[in-house]
Design a protein around this ligand. Sequence first.
Ligand code: DGJ
Length: 751
Amino acid sequence: MAMMIDTLHRVFTLQTKHSTYQMKADELGVLLHTYYGEKTDHSDKGLLCYRSDRGFSGNPFELGTSDRTYSLDSLPQEYSGFGTGDYRITALRVRNQDGSQAVDLRYTGHRVEKGKYGIPGLPAVYAEETEAETLVLCLRDACSGLEVELYYGILEELDTITRAVKITNRGNKAVFLEKAASMNLDWEYGDFQWISFYGRHSMEMHVQKTDVHHGIQSVGSVRGISSHQYNPLLLLCERGANETMGSCYGFSFVYSGEFLMELEKDQLDRTRLLCGIHPDNFSWTLEEGETLWLPEVIMTYSDRGLGKLSGNFHRVIREHICRGKWRDKRRPILINNWEATYFDFTGERLITIAREAKKLGIELFVMDDGWFGKRQDDNSGLGDWVPNEQKLDCTLQELAGRIVAEGMEFGIWLEPESISVDSDLYRSHPEWAVEIPGRRPCLSRNQLVLDFSRRDVQAYIIETITELLQGIPVTYVKWDFNRAICDKFSGLLDSGRQGEFSHRYVLGLYSVLETLIENFPEILFEGCCGGGGRFDAGILYYMPQIWCSDTTDAIERLGIQYGASFGYPVSAMGSHVSTVPNHQTGRITPLSTRGCVAMAGTFGYELDIEQMTPEEKEEVRKQIAIFQTYAPLIQKGVYYRLSSPLEGTCTVWEIADPDGREALVSAVYHHAEANPVPVRARVQGLRDELYYRLRLHEDFAEKYPERTLPYGFGPDETISGAALRQYGFVVPDAADGFQAWQISVEVCGEG
Ligand code: DGJ
């Protein structure tokens, strides 16, 4: 049973396979958060909440003089309100008609719903009725009539609880929301560290682990996108937790716009976490009877370290966020012409790339930026989704047809949310660009943003893109967006509602994407925002993979993909083999290393095949064969981080099949050392009682015959899963700089 409700004492206990979550509506109707962590029983943990008289932490009026120990400022709360006695960071702040900012939420009731709730217009975890249950707790502010419904979706098997909030104005005067977080979580005790993911364009998802200290710590975005700078993913773990041990909590915001994830360690050493839309660019008017849904947060808990925590996220995102035909299907091995040609190509050139790629076993050709309007560089043309037939030497239909005739699938790049000042679209509809009247807008990559909060713009984009895609044999679309949003203003919003722009933009984007994926269920959509500027669970609801970063350097990618792996599955990470010296870093890495790293993603190529030597082409053929062999394992297997690119010499990861009968261990030396310390891979996810054979991938074995594996026993010997887990094996040393090894672990008996 995933839920236990003690109606007499108003205690709500949610159970997943390995975790328990509990709340209690107390004698004043305040909804207390009483427990989240390792699985336990249903007993009322509210009884263990400690109260004492704290100076300057006031007491609710209704207690009169009887009790000074009860304070909203010190009790753990489920959804805190601003201005009525809780002085910590709070989840909900409103402005009432009289200008006051107070809100005081009290429990009014609850209901249980079958299956997992959905959210109109917003991405959310979905599940079969048998896989999930929903609890709704209703709170109300008596003065304003504001109703807050807290939604909980319980996915028992996946140790996951989702949260969302629905706010309705049941009063008779407008209420203005000024901050409305999607969740509040209070820990009564605990010594925590938190892990966040920071970066910049071309260097996303770098891992930062910090102590939770007194005061407020946060990550967020006011950039209109979830951003390269901070990812909407936060992990909290007990001090000392590592990949395999310790209590950890994970929070993934299912939203692609501005967000704020805040932590406060308070005067009593208690920790509060909030996650929601960033309040700096947010306000929302709720007229009488109006409702606003807030985006969802996926919460998961692991009592066995970060590896298990990530595994939970991987499954939830892969199986309960990603949708459509491509969710489970092997993604095509693609070649993208961006780093091969940038804007400088002709139709013939593209066909040659596609033809050469086909010979190597590549399956899909993607035509990137530069095929439309007046777009010879990145200064013009966005918005004019009309093929440049002069440049392509033919119509788009003909080009796509010729590529398909070569035996390749055809894919196309689009950037529908952007508009160049130098474009016919801007000349005819300047009011569609996001600008503040009377101010000069900030340009970025010399472009502006289309106002996706407007229905007319949404309709125009849907129509234009539908018409374009209908006419060509296209099976893949790369949906790019190459700037952050500022100068926020929409010509169609009243001045009092301009604070709604950022959220309305995201809702508009989701609405356009929903229609397009409905119109084109066969097409594989890949998200992109100058790489990983919008790498979030929200986008993955519409497109099952996202281009991780504009950096294709294999060694840089180790860090980016390592960071992303904490919250996102390999099947979501767009990753390509590119040329050397790498265009972003100038670094030279072996082709095998680039292949190995790209295989920890959706796998593809982005280079000029015509420039490759016959030997390199042969190596690509072999890489593709390796990938084909392991593709199902890579896409659906259980991913483990065995060592980090931030330490030591070698990054090692592993993907094991859920039955524990097979695994692929990949190792890349990111740092060279003389007389190196051996790198030990302790293989996880195998079955202790089964016996396995280790095999250096043929290609590597051929290339480096002197580097044998395993050390200590011959190629026909086997070893138990238990030994591989406890003792591990030593990865062969690096023979070249930035050497990679792929080692397969295959079951061969019961011993
Ligand atoms: C940014 C993307 O991340 C690149 O891969 C490429 O598509 C360019 N945009 C094209 O402008």
